[in-house]
Design a protein around this ligand. Structure first.
Ligand code: WTA
Length: 658
């Protein structure tokens, strides 16, 4: 059969076949392939979770799997003792010391390879150096770094000495850095001079310094020199050069600190409904067990694999599935500094080909871009090393799913569409690739041991075929333990507000809408709160609004997510000006600049629409749904409850005229 005929046949099959069976060759070698695992977790819950904990080395075993006496402050693997850095490094040295832990590829094409032995050495030196600077157990160390190896080194060094890290995405602004350091009372920062984007050096240290000016406490800062001669930077007082610091501690060994299972491993700030980011607290025992287990069961990682997650370590996906899960399993984790289309649109496929990558885990927004660029780019390369594909971050539409399946996976790789969040620590809803059929567009059933459902406003299950709110009914080891120093907000955001008194049971609300299928598969629809998802990046509309209203001449602003072909969602800002101010190009530029300054370029509005009024209910609430409909040029919902229905057509005309 010719390629063309095959294509036609596949298209026809794809059209009628909504389910795909896991490829046989994959099943035969899968880490988990016995369907009995679902029952095992159900019948033996929570003890079955020992399976996850048993993938780690513990200094002392836990004496209770789950303590649920003070819900929702659950504790897992109670009184167990371990160290995360020892689990990701030391325990591999005997058998795998010479195997590669991190394959790093810089944007300019340079590479760095760290064996487990070498990574262990640098982590020890860095840990000794941090200690020398004064970092003590439980001090929060902030990291503001792009995708360079010193980032995972510093994270693991912190884990080694029991100092929780708080990584701030390098694309975030100076303000965002300062807010997070202040909120965590963090007195240490590890950052770098800059990095490369599309071949050009990009200054990062100026942004870090600007942020530091607004940090209330004194902060000791370590600066990695990434750009060498491409960027001269002076170290300010209290700033130390990373290389010099590590060289001073050459050969140092630091005994991994014994941490309690419930001790904090790290903090990660994420966006919520209010303007203030939430400091999600993850623990050493539960989190590490959970990401290691899901890396094993879902990503099918084996020690001898070369695995690649193309996310940024500045987000939870990179923490869980570039650093902690893969390294705990002793595999080779690929880390790429740059963008997927530099120097050309086949960069990713070049890397897969060069390194014989076994698993690729990426985001739907990237897949949509690959589709648009065309299949000639993957076709230039041998992708036959791939065994499994994964996606995360937003819903994937069946067309993109099928493209990924065919053009990247050659119909031989299962795809795992993994639903989860910063708060969940690791994957929650997805198919086990060696067991379950795949249904494009639907993430799959909850993982074994995870109990999820779709409910209505009063908390009653909506039943198959209907949409509602996604809920998780039982705790799990990787769950957030609280919001840093804010137990009250933790309860309010995830628990109290929605607790269902009649049932007297704790239910976790992820703030996502979903539909339950007949077969128990869950199709995730997207956020139901004021959080939007731009290219898989989670942004709070309130944070963006507060940046906009800070601009002189702006009276009021409402931000919503409008559909966007490539980004999934894009930022739409509706703005009312103050009397005497004109809503023109200048003000628009100022607004865009203010958003970039407060959050970063990722939050840049796609459209700024000036209007005299915002559509409001009689009680004065802004009707965001309506603003979304306008952005999407959808048919409008009911406008009869509006106090000012006339404003709708005015705004509509403006958007369409843009
Ligand atoms: C969305 C990223 C549909 C969802 C790991 C969630 C998804 C938010 C999927 C969390 C998926 C993530 N299908 N939607 N497979 N994965 N989401 O905290 O809305 O950055 O609530 O964690 O991303 O984003 P976060």
């Amino acid at each position: 059969m010719s390629d063309e005929e095959l294509d036609v046949e596949l298209e026809a099959r794809l059209e009628e076949q909504e389910e795909f069976e896991p490829p046989e060759a994959f099943v035969e070698q899968a880490n988990v392939s016995d369907p009995a695992i679902y029952e095992e977790f159900e019948e033996n819950w929570p003890e079955a979770w020992e399976r996850a904990a048993n993938l780690l080395d513990w200094e002392e075993e836990w004496d209770q799997v789950l303590d649920d006496s003070e819900e929702p402050f659950y504790e897992w693997f109670v009184n167990g003792k371990l160290n995360a850095s020892a689990n990701c490094l030391d325990r591999h040295l005997d058998d795998r010391g010479d195997e590669v832990a991190i394959e790093w590829i810089g944007e300019l094409g340079e590479t760095r390879t760290y064996t487990y032995e070498e990574l262990h050495r640098e982590v020890n030196e860095c840990a000794a150096a941090l200690r020398d600077l004064g970092v003590e157990e439980d001090d929060v160390v902030t990291m503001y770094m792009p995708m360079i190896p010193e980032l995972p080194v510093a994270m693991l060094a912190c884990a080694r000495i029991g100092a929780p890290h708080s990584v701030v995405f390098a694309g975030f602004s100076a303000d965002a850095l300062a807010t997070r350091m202040n909120s965590a009372d963090s007195e240490y920062l590890v950052t770098c001079d800059g990095y490369y984007r599309r071949g050009d050096p990009l200054d990062h240290i100026s942004k870090a310094n600007e942020g530091l000016e607004d940090v209330e406490q004194d902060a000791t800062t370590v600066v990695v020199d990434r750009l060498g001669d491409d960027l001269d930077h002076d170290l300010a007082e209290g700033q130390v050069d990373y290389d010099a610091l590590v060289a001073d501690h050459e050969g140092a060994e630091v005994e991994p600190v014994t941490r309690d299972a419930e001790d904090m491993l790290f903090l990660m700030y994420t966006s919520g409904t209010t303007g203030k980011p939430k400091g999600v607290k993850h623990t050493t025992g539960g989190y590490l067990s959970y990401v290691t287990w899901t890396s094993h069961a879902v990503l099918d990682i084996k020690a001898e694999d070369t695995y690649w997650c193309s996310a940024d370590i500045g987000w939870i996906t990179g923490h869980s599935y570039i650093v902690y899960g893969p390294l705990a399993l002793g595999t080779t984790s690929v880390m790429y500094e740059g963008t997927p289309d530099y120097p050309d649109k086949d960069r990713l496929w070049q890397i897969v080909d060069d390194y014989d990558v076994d698993q690729l885990y990426t985001a739907p927004t990237a897949i949509r871009a690959f589709m648009k660029w065309g299949e000639e780019y993957p076709e230039r390369h041998d992708l036959s090393s791939l065994r499994l594909l994964g996606t995360v971050g937003e819903p994937i539409n069946p067309r993109a799913w099928k493209w990924y399946y065919k053009h990247i996976g050659n119909e031989e790789c299962p795809i795992v569409d993994t639903w989860w969040q910063t708060e969940t620590g690791g994957m929650m809803v997805t198919t086990l690739p060696g067991i379950k059929n795949m249904k494009p567009g639907s993430a799959g059933p909850p993982l074994p041991g995870i109990s999820a459902d779709v409910v209505d406003n009063s908390g009653d299950p909506v039943g198959a075929g209907r949409a509602g709110y996604l809920v998780v009914n039982k705790p799990w080891p990787g769950m957030l333990r609280t919001l840093y120093k804010n137990d009250e907000r933790f309860i309010n955001e995830y628990w109290d507000e929605y607790s269902i008194p009649e049932r007297d049971e704790w239910v976790y609300f992820p703030e996502d809408g979903a539909k339950l299928d007949e077969d128990g598969y869950i199709t995730v629809l997207g956020r139901v709160d004021d959080v939007i998802n731009v290219s898989g990046h989670r942004l709070g509309t309130m944070e963006i609004e507060s940046a906009i209203v800070g601009v002189e001449g702006v009276a009021e602003a409402a931000v919503v997510g409008g559909e966007h072909e490539m980004k999934g969602e894009a930022v739409y800002a509706y703005v009312i000006t103050e009397d005497g101010y004109e809503g023109g190009a200048d003000l628009r530029d100022e607004i865009v600049g203010a958003v970039e300054e407060a959050i970063g370029p990722i939050a840049r509005p796609e459209a700024v629409v000036f209007t005299h009024e915002l559509p409001k209910t009689r009680s004065g609430k802004i009707m965001r749904r309506l603003l979304e409909d306008i952005a999407n040029e959808d048919e409008l919902g009911d406008t009869s409850t509006l106090r000012n229905p006339d404003v709708v057509s005015e705004i509509q005309q403006k958007v369409q005229g843009d």
